[in-house]
Design a protein around this ligand. Sequence first.
Ligand code: IPM
Ligand code: MN
Length: 361
Amino acid sequence: MKTYRIAVLPGDGIGPEVIAQAVRVLEAVGERFELHFALETFPIGAAGVAVAKNPLPPETRAAVVKSDAVLLGAVGDPSLDAAPRELRPETGLLALRKLLNVFANLRPVSVHPALLGRSPLKPERLRGVDLLVVRELTGGLYYGEPRGRNGSTAVNTLAYSASEIDRVAQVAFEAARGRRRLVTSVDKANVLEVSQLWRETVTRVARDYPEVRLEHCYVDTAAMRLVSEPATFDVVLTENMFGDILSDEAAVLAGSLGLLPSASLGSGPGLFEPVHGSAPPLAGRDVANPLGAIATVALLLRHGLKQPDAAAAVDEAIAAALDSGARTQDLAQRGEAWIGTAEMGARVAELVVAEALEGLS
Ligand code: IPM
Ligand code: MN
């Protein structure tokens, strides 16, 4: 039996709590599908700064590049808000993305029918929402040089090469092929040269995918459409910063940021992390929603380990838990009962196994 080496990076805040539940579900999957996982835990973020004065310690770097997939919780800690850039937890995450060269970040958003009432949007707008944000992850303003601060002046640089745009566009078109075959490329081509190159390059890539429809949309319009007609999107392709903003906006559709998973893919091991952050006020209280981290396990199985059946089993178990009325605090309507982080993880893990028993009968 093949052993999959998973580097587990719980990180900060609620990261360790949600990752503990994700691991519990992964273990249930291992049992049911007879998959063998070798899990090893390494520090990142403030946890890295605490043990090695480095938000991405050398030991962690060495482990992730040798792994089959990386499962990450969240980074960020208010105690380091004023720290120099090289000690900030976010710097560790950005360096990790760069190290693994995971240039394509997939953030699927759909609305579970039982949670239609959780979003501030009217249920009729939410029906049929099933979109995938494909966010460029290793370029753009996050990494551009020059960057820096000089007294009362500061600079960041937005730069993309055609090849960086080309490779992430291919990921978006490949994904669209297996979905509703529409790519909405989001840019600001009426103002930015980078966006003009983006539009040109995406249009060229589209020629290799005649069965997929391509539309271009300015980012301001895209932001509006995401709340006014979200069901009209299939794959949303965009650069790093726009994708960061639009994916948080899209999370509102699902009812809670705590539900959403992401996969960051390149040519080597993928990086799998929930979309939410470290949520310091929730940490250590068993109130965080682990479903985003658990759904991330499904993406890890599907895209990282090419185990689509195991991935589907996790998605089904999450849906079954929600159908049965299980709610964490963020999902509970006023007065509704809710369960803790660990309890939710236990329910989903049980359901993964129960589905197997159902299949036998
Ligand atoms: C995300 C986060 C990160 C980002 C932060 C923590 C650096 O917001 O993954 O969306 O901006 O990429
Ligand atoms: Mn973000």
